[in-house]
Design a protein around this ligand. Structure first.
Ligand code: B12
Length: 286
């Protein structure tokens, strides 16, 4: 079995078997079978991200050598996974028009806790085979930033890592449209294990979004409860005020979590659980 297959199977096994990937009421997993992709740590895209996102955005080398010291990374790899959100959770959020469903909220809070367990597990798995790895989101170098040109961002964007690893492209609402759709969470690690990169089956960062392909979509615009989406894109401040203000104010007691997300623009949209373009079907006009 190739080294990439071994790593992919271990991620799949952990998602399938971990007790932490289960709703506390026993009603099913937070996440379905993952997608996994690999990018070279020296892919020029990661340097390009300093221009696209901001000079604060770290390269895989800066993250790895920040953890293990200068000159420690030779041929490194970024391993990225997509954790698709199952149908039952997506259906519950489709029915919402202002606040997320309880199931979605628990996926944001407890599903992300599981995602960090997976980050730690994969670091330990690579260490057991004599390699070193760092999970950017668990690194002391990771922090959120509010600066031009990206506005609200951070020192490591998991969506941009996933784009580099061939896993999907950006939608009008900024969400990453993967072959399993836009309703998912993402994780990544950087390792000094050299692995062949996954091909990127797209030629532009917007290739899988119906809106950018000229179809009369924009379904996510209508789904946003606070008008943060328009044909001009995503007003991150409005979005943040809802996701981190109104939503917790109105749901934390009922749902028992302080971070509930929103995700209305990721459900009841044509790209919810598939890439409308990647399926090779004709673009659907509404
Ligand atoms: C800060 C943050 C937010 C902010 C800002 C979001 C944003 N667009 O950046 C706020 C608070 C608004 C937010 C809200 C939400 N978030 Co949030 N958030 C983050 C966080 C912590 C950092 C994001 C970051 O650094 N972005 C970097 C900036 C630059 O990204 P961007 O502006 O979207 O990028 C644009 C440009 O770069 C552009 N672009 C321009 N030129 C080029 C050229 C090339 C070559 C490329 C590749 C791109 C590109 O493409 C992008 C799209 O326009 C990440 C976790 C992480 N560390 O990645 C989660 C994350 C992005 N959030 C996530 C989620 C799920 C949400 C919510 C749905 C809430 C929820 N959980 O229910 C909402 C809605 C998000 C939305 N519509 O984008 C997921 C996204 C998964 C997905 N399906 O795409 C992430 C990845 C968390 C995770 N680990 O899964 N979030």
């Amino acid at each position: 079995m190739s080294a990439t297959d071994t790593i992919q199977r271990e991620i799949e096994r952990f998602v399938r078997e971990s007790a932490s990937n289960r709703h506390e009421d026993g009603s099913g997993p937070y996440f379905d079978e993952p997608l996994v992709g690999f990018a070279s740590a020296d892919d020029p895209l990661f340097v390009e991200y300093k221009r696209i996102i901001g000079s604060f955005h770290l390269t895989p080398r800066e993250l790895f050598e920040g953890a293990f010291g200068p000159g420690t990374l030779h041929d490194g790899t970024v391993v990225v996974w997509i954790l698709p959100i199952p149908e039952e959770t997506r259906l519950s959020n489709r029915a919402q028009d202002r606040l997320p469903s309880k199931r979605w909220a628990h996926t944001r809070a407890f599903g992300e806790r599981f995602n960090s367990e997976l980050r730690r597990h994969l670091v330990a798995f690579l260490e057991a085979s004599g390699h070193r790895a760092v999970a950017p989101l668990l690194s002391p170098l990771w922090r959120t930033v509010d600066a031009p040109p990206a506005g609200l961002a951070s020192t490591w964007s998991e969506r941009h890592a996933a784009y580099a690893a061939g896993l999907g492209t950006f939608g009008l609402n900024d969400g990453l449209i993967t072959p399993r759709g836009i309703a998912h969470r993402i994780g990544s690690i950087v390792t000094d294990r050299a692995l062949p990169p996954t091909a990127r089956p797209y030629d532009s960062p917007r290739a899988h979004c119906l809106f950018f392909q000229g179809a009369a979509c924009g379904a996510c615009i209508d789904r946003c409860p606070v008008g943060a989406l328009s044909e001009e894109g995503h007003d991150k401040a409005l979005c943040r005020d809802h996701v981190y203000g109104t939503v917790p104010d109105e749901t934390s007691e009922a749902y028992g979590v302080s971070e509930a997300g929103c995700g209305l623009c990721q459900t009841e949209v044509p790209c919810e659980s598939r890439s409308p373009k990647a399926r090779g079907r004709p673009l659907e006009l509404r």
